[in-house]
Design a protein around this ligand. Structure first.
Ligand code: ATP
Ligand code: MG
Length: 267
């Protein structure tokens, strides 16, 4: 016979969330992988490893919270997911505003709290709080935000896990200034800046990886890009590359460059 306790146990431990397991949630954020387009990428990942070590260490406080901040489309979410994956912590949970569409403020706070409560029960946990300003319902017109959610997050960001438990919190935002205004920045142990691609070499590294242009085309792009200023987020660049794939090969280079200029990624 199935008792109520069995049922509750299963609900707590066996029932998978609708969007799949935590590992699947991370892989979903990493579908396109991480291209090592330059020094910033390598540095963010190696700093990430240091924070993982710090969170793991027995001498440490057991709590490490990292804010990955940078312009929209710069790759913050994917890099945070990669760091979470690198941690290899058995409990990994993604907390994203997308899963809380239509929630009331209090439902949102409860569900964030549930994620943290679950994490405290595991020895080594990692929580990825994606797009923190959207989780706070921040809108630039007004400006407005949910103070209830902000207060809840501030408490949880600083709350020490129970003795012997380790928690690594990774948060992302495109609105560093807003978080600063909300006095949230100081709640983090550290910040990692995720920049846009900013040199022709960064751009060429991605193009070489993407298997879109021939060797000759890459050489001609290399020449055309000399002395130019590049400024584009990896996510946007990957979109442009997808689009260029649809263009007839003869026009690809020209079309790609003109789109890049149009998007303000090249001067
Ligand atoms: P948003 O501002 O909309 O939140 P974002 O900065 O979080 O965007 P992501 O959603 O992480 O950007 O998108 C980055 C995309 O680029 C992902 O699909 C990721 O797999 C891919 N990608 C490839 N190389 C890298 C890299 N070096 N760093 C980050 N993302 C990369
Ligand atoms: Mg993101």
């Amino acid at each position: 016979m199935v008792s109520r306790t069995d049922f509750l146990h299963a609900l707590e431990n066996d029932v998978k969330p609708a969007f799949g397991t935590s590992a699947e949630a991370l892989d979903h954020l990493l579908i396109r992988g991480i291209i090592n387009w330059g020094k910033p990428v390598a540095e963010i990942l190696s700093d990430g490893n240091l924070y993982i070590q710090e969170a793991r260490s027995t001498e440490g406080s057991g709590l490490v919270s990292v804010l990955l901040e940078g312009p929209p489309n710069s790759g913050k979410t994917a890099l945070a997911a990669q760091i979470a994956k690198n941690s290899d912590f058995p409990f990994v949970k993604v907390c994203t505003p997308e899963d809380m569409v239509g929630f009331t403020e209090s439902a949102k706070c409860l569900s964030i709290r549930k994620i943290f409560d679950d994490a405290y029960r595991s020895q080594l946990s990692c929580i990825l709080v994606d797009n923190i300003e959207r989780l706070l319902d921040y809108g630039p017109i007004g400006p407005r935000y949910s103070n209830l959610t902000l207060q809840a997050l501030l408490v949880l960001l600083k709350k020490q896990p129970p003795r012997g438990r380790k928690l690594l919190i990774l948060c992302t935002t495109s609105r560093r200034q807003v978080l600063d205004d909300m006095e949230m920045l100081s709640a983090f142990s550290t910040t990692l800046h995720v920049p846009n691609l900013s040199t022709p070499d960064h751009l060429l590294s991605v193009l070489e990886e993407m298997d879109l242009f021939s060797k000759d085309e890459l050489l001609s792009l290399h020449a055309k890009l000399q002395g130019k200023r590049v400024f584009i987020g990896i996510k946007k660049l990957l979109c442009l590359i997808d689009m260029a794939r649809q263009v007839e090969p003869n026009y690809r280079v020209v079309k790609f460059l003109s789109k890049l200029e149009e998007e303000g990624g090249l001067e």
